[in-house]
Design a protein around this ligand. Structure first.
Ligand code: NAD
Length: 701
């Protein structure tokens, strides 16, 4: 027997226990072990029934991700082969599910004759999240066990369902109250006593009554709209239609073909790139996994504004007590009020219990003096974005914070080296750049300054994960990067959106091209939402500081007309009072038209394709510079930054992955063409792009 399984017989009932931590991933050892155990049970005349059971945490999490991209994944038996053997068994086969049964793990359970579960068990087929579909019979067996509509919803969303729903749908035959194995054995004995034999799921009829053509045509049309650009949901629907209309083996053969096709789509490759990229971000070459870390048992946040409040919530949500510090009572009250309202809204949506809300709030201690930082292991500063203000805070912190405390700044643009320099402990200073709303957004840019200690960096990365973020390192230890990774690239993207409008596109056209392509929001809707005055203020400062500084003029003209976005009910669009829906506005169009005249441009028609290329390749080209300068450690870190923090469509894999998928020679050719066009000086190709394109290589190796 393999080490991944255990086998025992209890008075005629074989118990096959999966023992492959951490999640009983279906690697070759477990697949082989299961097959051996099933055969043993099948061949033993004393055995009347067999039970497959996992650990308390996991029945099985599905395919073993450690085997991806290794030859081991092809070592027989495959999961479909195990499932086929399950189908041939003439003895009762029961799955006993304690924790989660996901993907291939659920398919293993679906190929059993019966399923029992604990009340806390979870059932899901999340393959769609990797751009594929359940390839081991899931698409054929699930709709034969639960109603077709529910089966579709589980597979298209990829989200798991709890045990009570699974029981209601018929996926689970019995919920066990006490010990799972005892319950499963009792269940099997009862089936035997009642004379129940094997019940092969493949022999059942799909649970559907209605008009097949209209139901599936409708589902396909809806999915094509809702999941534009994503082939997997459509293929899942076709598989389920097969489950209803053609024999099991034919349906299974079709689903296998479909999964092979999907695996090779750019969309699936992009989603897998994201899956692995997310697991890479904390691997820092000179900071190995065993780097000592500092304990973070308590924290303090300075500034209870937009960001400080959300950061305090993130810490409290992870059970870390946090002092929240403001200068004035009024600002503190406002900040705490926002936090309370924020939690209350989550409670009202049923996504948090009142008790949890109370526990979280109890962890946040308001204070009006920096002295409240004195016991904190971690201090995060989130005051106004001004170097003098931040340096003053850090000077004071240096005097009061305890030795060994990590001193972090949430600055989005300022040089963390200069902030660290005002303290006597620059090794303790780091940037922790959260994104708004900080309690929701998963990206955390961890800014490594020249003197940041390795233990401080390692601790910050662990803390990031602990509070549910995806930390990405922006390394400014050798040279400062304005806007670090994400915002530095965003500036180039925003420039292009404005040049597109100066050249002839309308803001609505640009936004629509962007969202049709899959971006969460177009640049002009985003600008109106954030407020156009924020970047206008920065520009005015920069115009004053350096006479050479220039910016697409049209942005200034809109602001000069008092159009600052949603807050003034007009910006690039207009807004009805109290509403957030952007509406076209002839007044804005007139300002844009006048600006084109002022520049001397005759507007031209711009295709959606050019719009998207200019927006996305502006990100790629700047990303290439960031990579070459060593600000980002790897291309996938840049992709993850955009996927997690900037609404880049997951199935496009990020701006570097997307360029790789198009072919860097092709991307370079487009960038060179833009270099010759309007305001082409902004399109100087990044040397790394030129080099990789010439060598036929990619950013993501
Ligand atoms: P904000 O104006 O909403 O909040 C700043 C708060 O800091 C105010 O409540 C102010 O009273 C308080 N404050 C100022 N000086 C202080 C001091 N010496 N001691 C204690 N409190 C003090 O600003 P924000 O949007 O929360 O931004 C804070 C920081 O986060 C800035 O560095 C900003 O660049 C950065 N940031 C902002 C965003 C965003 O989307 N708003 C995103 C990422 C990072």
């Amino acid at each position: 027997m393999s080490e991944a399984t255990q086998y025992s017989v209890h008075d005629g009932i074989a118990v096959i226990t999966m023992t492959s931590p951490p999640v009983n991933g279906l690697g070759y050892a477990l697949r082989g072990g299961l097959m051996d155990c099933l055969k043993k049970a099948a061949g033993d005349p004393a055995v009347k029934a067999a039970i497959i059971i996992g650990s308390a945490k996991a029945f099985s999490g599905g395919a073993d991700i450690r085997e991806f991209n290794t030859p081991q994944k092809d070592i027989p038996p495959s999961l479909p082969e195990v499932n086929v053997f399950q189908d041939t068994m003439t003895k009762l086969l029961v799955a006993a599910i304690g924790g989660f049964a996901l993907g291939g793990g659920l398919e293993l359970a679906l190929a059993c004759h019966y399923r029992v579960a604990l009340g806390r068990a979870l059932f899901g087929l999340p393959e769609v999240k990797l751009g594929i579909l359940p390839g081991s019979g899931g698409t054929q067996r699930l709709p034969r066990i639960i109603p077709v509509a529910e089966a579709l919803s589980m597979m298209i969303s990829g989200n798991p369902i709890p045990a009570d729903k699974a029981r209601e749908y018929g996926l689970v035959d019995e919920i066990v109250a006490g010990d799972l194995l005892d319950g499963a054995i009792a269940f099997a004995r009862k089936l035997l006593a009642d004379g129940k034999g094997p019940r092969r799921m493949r022999d059942m009829k799909a649970k559907f009554d209605g008009d097949v053509a209209s139901f599936f045509d409708d589902a396909l049309a809806r999915a094509a709209r809702e999941y534009r650009g994503q082939p997997a949901p459509l293929e899942i629907i076709k598989c389920v239609r097969d489950a209803v209309t053609i024999p099991f083996d034919d349906g299974q053969a079709e689903s296998w073909k479909r999964v092979q096709m999907l695996v090779n789509t750019v969309e699936s490759k992009a989603l897998r790139h994201m899956f692995f990229g997310e697991r890479q971000t904390t691997k820092i070459p000179d900071v190995p996994d065993d780097t000592p870390q500092r304990a973070i048992k308590s924290a303090a946040v300075i500034g209870a504004g937009t960001m400080g409040g959300g950061i305090a919530m993130s810490l409290a949500n992870a059970g870390i007590p946090v002092a929240l510090i403001e200068m004035k009572q009024e600002a503190l009250d406002r900040g705490l009020g926002n936090i309370t309202r924020n939690y209350a809204s989550t409670v009202s949506k049923g996504r948090l219990t009142q008790q949890k809300m109370d526990e979280h709030i109890a962890l946040i201690t308001p204070a009006l003096d920096l002295a409240a930082t004195k016991d904190a292991d971690l201090v995060i500063e989130a005051v106004f974005e001004r170097m003098d203000v931040k340096q003053e805070v850090f000077r004071k912190l240096d005097a009061v914070a305890k030795a060994g405390a990590i001193l972090a700044t949430n600055t989005s643009t300022l040089d963390v080296n200069r902030i660290a320099a005002v303290t006597k402990r620059p090794q303790d200073v780091i940037g922790l750049h959260f994104f708004s709303p900080a309690n929701v957004m998963r990206l955390l840019e961890v800014v490594r300054a020249a003197k940041t200690g390795k233990d401080v960096l390692a601790t910050a990365l662990s803390l990031g994960k602990k509070i549910g973020k995806v930390p990405v390192v922006a390394d400014i230890s050798k040279s400062m990067s304005d806007g670090f990774i994400g915002n530095r690239m965003l500036e180039k993207y925003m420039h292009q959106s404005l040049y597109l409008v100066e050249e002839g596109a309308s803001p609505a056209q640009v936004d629509k091209a962007a969202t049709d392509w899959g971006l969460a929001m177009g640049p002009f809707t985003m600008g109106d939402m954030a407020g156009l005055d924020i970047s206008w203020d920065v520009r005015k400062r920069r115009y004053a500081e350096s006479p050479d500084f220039e910016f697409p003029r049209v942005a200034d003209r809109i602001c000069e007309a008092g159009r600052l976005g949603q807050k003034t009910a007009k910006g690039w669009y207009r807004y009805e009072p109290g509403k957030r829906k952007p509406l076209p506005d002839p007044e804005a169009d007139a300002i844009i038209a006048a600006c084109r005249k002022e520049i001397g441009l005759t507007p031209r028609a711009i295709s959606n394709e050019e719009t998207v290329e200019r927006l996305v390749y502006a990100l790629t080209n700047e990303g290439a510079k960031i990579l070459e300068e060593g600000i980002a450690l790897r291309a996938s870190d840049i992709d993850i930054t955009y996927l997690m923090g900037y609404g880049f469509p997951h199935y496009r894999g990020g701006p570097m992955f997307w360029a790789d998928a198009q072919g860097l020679d092709r991307v370079l050719a487009r960038i060179e063409a833009f270099h010759k066009g309007y305001r082409g000086e902004h399109w100087k190709p990044a040397p790394l792009l030129v080099k990789l394109a010439a060598e036929g290589k990619k950013f993501n190796t």
